[in-house]
Design a protein around this ligand. Sequence first.
Ligand SMILES: Nc1nc2c(ncn2[C@@H]2O[C@H](COP(=O)(O)OP(=O)(O)OP(=O)(O)O)[C@@H](O)[C@H]2O)c(=O)[nH]1
Ligand SMILES: [Mg+2]
Length: 783
Amino acid sequence: MLGLEGRMKGFRDWVLSQISSKSLMSPTPLLGSDSLYDEGRSNEDSNEQAPAANSVALPVPSATSNSSTNQSSSTLQQASEAENFQSQLSGNGRRKDTLAKVEDLQVQFFRLLQRLGQSKENLLVTKVLYRMHLATLIRAEESDLKRVNLSSSRARAIANQQEEAGMPQLGFSCRILVLGKTGVGKSATINSIFGQEKAMTNAFQPATNCIQEIVGTVNGINITFIDTPGFLPSSTKNVKRNKRIMLSIKRFIRKSPPDIVLYFERLDLINSGYSDFPLLKLITDVFGASIWFNTILVMTHSSSAIPEGLEGYTVNYDSYISQCTNLIQQYIHQAVLDSRLENPALFVENHPQYPKNNMGEIILPNGQVWKSQLLLFCICTKVLGDVNSLLKFQNGIELGPANNARVPSLPHLLSSLLRHRPVSNQSGIDDEIEDILHSDKEEDEYDQLPSIRILTKSQVEKLSKQQKEDYLDELEYRETLYLKKQMKEDYRRRKEKLLLQEQEFSNSDNSDDPEPVQLPDMAVPLSFDSDCSIHRYRCLVDNDQFLVRPVLDPQGWDHDVGFDGINLETATEIKKNVYASVVGQMHKTKHDFNIQSECAAAYVNPLGPTYSIGVDVQSAGKDMVCTVHSNTKLKNIKHNIADCGVSLTSFGKKYYVGAKLEDTLLIGKRLKFVVNAGRMEGHEQMAYGGSFEASLRGEDYPVRNDHLSLTMTVLSFDKETVLSGSLESELRLSRSLKASVSANLNSRKMGKICIKMSSSEHLQIALVAVFSILKLLLRRKEI
Ligand SMILES: Nc1nc2c(ncn2[C@@H]2O[C@H](COP(=O)(O)OP(=O)(O)OP(=O)(O)O)[C@@H](O)[C@H]2O)c(=O)[nH]1
Ligand SMILES: [Mg+2]
């Protein structure tokens, strides 16, 4: 998160600097941006603005009346626009310049759609608008959200006005590169689009011998085609020649790259034996996988390519063409090693003998007019490409096999190092709790209490309110004392057992094996199913040291059995005061191998320091995350525990080294402070951090878990520092009411608050909760 934020910030700075330098050179906004700029202006105002612009446009001769001459024709208007622009530049106006450019693109897009007679309901148009909107939203700031949400409808209104006012020049042009084998109809398609013979075609031999630009205007769009010599059918002897052609095309387009690439194929030649993979792979190798981002697949001979022998072919035509497209798309996926790519496909017929509409355009068997479709595809691709480069998304996506070279987040590694508190011994005896229990002198108190008569339910009901309260308070007091006593006894028993074990260990006289104990059964599904494999497996534990269990995964690879993993836990005292533990789980299927394990060994000196070392292994995709950590705990002064730890994490071929220092101070048995600081370094990056925690425990700890703790954390990474604070508390407000509160907030204004209440009496609380949730939901809906 830190990293992303950092990058976003960098990008913003870049945009600001770019646009500030631009704004100095040209104080006038781009076409149409003046009316889009003004956030405060109402709809009425913008309607008034349009005729004003028209009246300026009218005196200019229609042949040259375009937005730029329009602006230069009236110095008065230019001045006011400049003023307008300047006023918006205050604050974060520079960033708005990018937004305004996107809005201009939208206006152009709507004007082009009108000219092509395409409605905004067209699925492709909807997709393009949606993507533009999404891209703008990602880059927009919170204050711009409203404007971005409205921009599409405003752009449409402006486009309508401009088209009605007869502003002919759009300033929209695109460069289109055509690629494909020889004779597939590249030059013929260029001729069909311009409606005249601009390029040579030949039915019997290669016609285009060199790369050439063919320029023309269709529907007011300036189109430049880069016609190229066709490739030879893919075979080993043609590879060299094809590569030579590709390299010369690559050189040609280096200076001014195309906006769109059309990859041609003959639809009638695609059959089950079709295999053009080597050619597609060669294209990918020479031009790079990114060439496929802006590529449209064009299938010529689309009217003559109807499979023979199929009855009612008009029905089958669509499925046939989609089958052919899928085939080529699959080869492209194989070539780029990524199946996410989806290239649009277009069907073309250049032969004049096929049915035409009254505008003279050829209609395909499925009723589509391909020429306007092709123009629409090109416009959409170009507009999306422009939005991407305006908003700097261009290099954001990389094609290729799923990138395994993921980088773990340093702040995450650091915070888990800071949190990590190794268990010092396996006997289950917590030193801290033991100290607290020992410091208590209340044990005898419970035994000295006078006996009390437990009342029956009916007897309790007969008591007055005050008596009832007193009675329950007394019971509670006794319960707490009793629990404390029990806990102490429990600890004492465990200690004795440990001592006994130690003696046995030293005598090395192994008594006979203990009785096997059956482990509790796994949760059985509610409905009975005779196939359910749970009934087949029961686990027995025959010694204390190893706990091995199969892991059930009903959704796993092996549906019949459902068990494809194993879980192992063991903890043992290897030598006096030296403990070792292993906890792990692993899954294995035909494809994957997953492991998660933690091994640790510790030397615990009851009076002095504790040293521990551990190895954690976890699989992440095909890689393993391996962490070796070591920790030293010093109890040099009473009530003070110093702790220092180091860790080394390896992930892929990257290594991360971390170190931390921690100090715990106990004041009395109720107050505890923990301070720690650490740093993590690796892969030329570094993260620092630390935290301070203060916690206050309730009187009856550890029997009752009332506590309040406050934590402050600082994490610094990549020149950014995040400060966060959190509060956690658990309280017993009254005998029947418990509350737990946890809240956190960080300097990025992100936070969470969670309040939990449980009561056995107060039904009102539930009602209050339901009421407030409903209210919140309703308010959200309004927003
Ligand atoms: N029936 C039919 N014929 C087509 C179609 N497209 C092209 N042709 C014919 O196919 C032949 C070859 O077309 P060209 O445009 O020269 O092919 P090209 O891809 O430019 O070939 P090179 O220049 O050698 O790379 C010409 O005779 C065209 O008339 C089509 O859609 N249907
Ligand atoms: Mg040609």
